[in-house]
Design a protein around this ligand. Structure first.
Ligand SMILES: C[S@@+](CC[C@H](N)C(=O)[O-])C[C@H]1O[C@@H](n2cnc3c(N)ncnc32)[C@H](O)[C@@H]1O
Length: 240
């Protein structure tokens, strides 16, 4: 599991170039995946206007901005000051609350939001089960959790091609553009160690979410996981 001190220091170093690297290294698909995440939440809840949304590990705020554009009330939390510093100017003029905080101890009351979402953040947590349990805790009964994360494509050919890009090309491109080689070795390493979508779906259930499911995006390069806090549930699943 990633070391939080190292993770925080790494994102602090790459924050300035983070958005540019996302767009270049993914060819812009990352924003399409975030929009899909927002649309899925809207479908689950019958719209997002005036819904309370929490963006966990918000980084530079792209997912939070997507939710805000749909009329949601958005709070966004991250533990890296420099990432939040780059989020703020992008959000000027929008009503969006950023807070510095730990995803493993969210600074929110129990049952306070309708949506808890995380994009490319869960993989970085020291304990992803605690992260999921925290999302469950802050959700209102019937609320929806969404986790957008990289994945390994199920098709062997696509997987081989993707593996080549991810382990041979991306680290060099990332190092060149960010000036931080370790950060762009960390990305493929953590993705290669990441559980399969089915394993992660079972973790959702083990923590206490119901109707846990996932969809593969872009041939399985990414996966979007969705789970609901049971209506009337305590939010303190067996994972806590
Ligand atoms: C890959 S970035 C994702 C940022 C953003 N969600 C996005 O879609 O681009 C991961 C973020 O998770 C944050 N993070 C990692 N561990 C965290 C923790 N325990 N608590 C809060 N934020 C954390 C990092 O600071 C970083 O901003």
């Amino acid at each position: 599991m990633p070391n939080p001190v190292e993770v925080q220091s790494m994102f602090g170093r790459i924050a300035r170039r983070y958005d540019l690297l996302n767009r270049v290294l993914s060819g812009g698909i990352d924003q399409r995946w975030r929009r899909r995440t927002v649309r899925t939440a809207a479908r689950e809840l019958g719209g997002l206007r005036d819904r309370d949304v929490l963006d966990v590990c918000c980084g530079t705020g792209d997912l939070a901005l997507g939710f805000r554009a749909e009329g949601a009330r958005v709070a966004a939390v991250d533990f890296t000051h420099n990432m939040l510093r780059h989020a703020l100017p992008k959000s000027s003029g929008t009503q969006l609350v950023y807070a510095r905080g730990d995803a493993l101890r969210l600074p929110l009351a129990d049952a306070s939001v309708d949506v808890a979402a995380v994009a490319f953040g869960l993989r970085n947590l020291g304990d992803r089960r605690v992260g999921l349990a925290e999302m469950l805790r802050v959700l209102r009964p019937g609320g929806v959790a969404l986790v957008l994360e990289f994945s390994l494509p199920p098709n062997r050919l696509v997987r081989a091609f993707y593996g080549f890009y991810f382990t041979r090309i991306l680290p060099h491109l990332g190092a060149l553009l960010s000036g931080d080689a370790p950060a762009y070795r960390y990305l493929p390493n953590t993705v290669l160690e990441w559980p399969s979508p089915e394993e992660l779906r079972r973790e959702f259930e083990a923590v206490g979410f119901e109707a846990a499911r996932y969809e593969l995006l872009s041939l399985g390069i990414a996966a979007l996981h969705v789970g609901r806090r049971p209506a009337g549930g305590s939010g303190k699943g067996p994972g806590r």
